[in-house]
Design a binder for this molecule. Sequence first.
Ligand SMILES: O=C(O)CCC(=O)C(=O)O
Ligand SMILES: [Fe+2]
Length: 478
Amino acid sequence: MIESQSVISPANHKSMSNQVQEIATDCDKLPERFIRKEDEEYGNITNPSPAEIPVIDVSLLTSSSHLELGRLKSAITTWGCFQAINHGIEGSLLDKVREISKLFFSLSAEEKKKCLREEDDVEGYGNDMVLSDHQTLDWTDRVYLTVLPKHQQRLQFWPQNPNNFREVVDEYCSKIESINEIILKSLARSLNLEENCFLDQYGPTANMFARFNYYPPCPWADKVLGLKPHSDGSATTYLLQDKELEGLQILKDGQWFGVPIVPDALTINVGEQIEIMSNGIFKSPIHRALVNSKDQRISVAMFCNPQTEKDIGPVDALVTDDRPRQYKNVTFSLDFYFENYQQGLHGIATMSNMHKEILVNILMERPILLSRLVINLNHVQDTQSLIELAVLSFAERREKASRKQERIRSNRLVIDVVSGDSTKIMCGLCSASTSDTSVVAVLVCGHVYHADCLETRTPYEDRRDPLCPVCVDSHSAN
Ligand SMILES: O=C(O)CCC(=O)C(=O)O
Ligand SMILES: [Fe+2]
């Protein structure tokens, strides 16, 4: 299997002692760790086309007119996001949210570090968690907090300064909660579904996380990324943009579009969980943030999610003969999402959609149809580090799964991405080696097959969840 010395566990790796803000004020050469890699370019950075993201009037979504619902559906299916106006949050509260964020980041390093996150945790103040030598770091510092459920708030990481921080966040959070309910119901109604069908998957204690993003000015702005391309693992995200400075971009049809600032609007996007619940009708958009050479930029993202550890899946009414189930049920775990996010796996956004889909499937434990397992291993060399990380993450979970070996049924397929060593791997069915260009699948038990061989052997109805022929045979022999 793949060598993964280049992958470093958080425990073995010292986090960056300096936050990006400190580096920005005290360095005359861009540290290499921040230089974006070629496979993270994917598009034209200097002249992004402005995005014509629909502006949706939230107050009209609850009216009997279906016009705004139609516009909402069109916005989400086209862009995955929209600019929400008349959402019920006063401009003065939005200003306060921006203000507490700016005030916090303007404090001394010592004061801010009172909220410093722990080395192997995401909650609190800090920059990227460093898990791999290959990881490109984002030019951003952030404060990341659990805001809901309230009993899970870890107040030791909440800024005490400015002293109204908590009060403002709590107020903002309860307003976002109300809007989120309207949006989830409206998304369901826009698909002619019962309005609670998404909300019903939430469980009694929905989660909300707040991320205060701070992008210091960067003299080498075109060499770094504020936030690498990613799609949000949330159900829905409510982004409060900087009042003056643009920086958010959305990828659509292979092109980056700058998201304009609409005064007092919230930029709302669906995340991967709504993508799953909607059986792929709504797609979680890939987006990234650029930085400015002269000015700082802030943004505040509120990530709304079902209860942690709640099983979610496509809504029954959206699974039809014409549109079979595209995702198996998943349990959303924040640790899992962040582990992969921080390791740079959101860099997969720079791969072809197909490769991205495959890797996201590995990481999100989604099903992959064998017919989609078409990968030319030569093609993935640039993204080797990402793939190594994906494999490592897979290997860890495989080890856990192997402890439940009595379950013969594999719960997931992954691509074998071991391009360097692929000739040494034998197909468990035809016993021929896999070659550089083979289309290869690894089952969770670790057995490797040519996708064609496995597909031929697997009944159609089991293709999302194939039995492992080798395990089945050895089981019946016993
Ligand atoms: O800063 C931005 O505009 C984007 C923030 C974002 O995408 C996030 O926090 O997930
Ligand atoms: Fe995001």
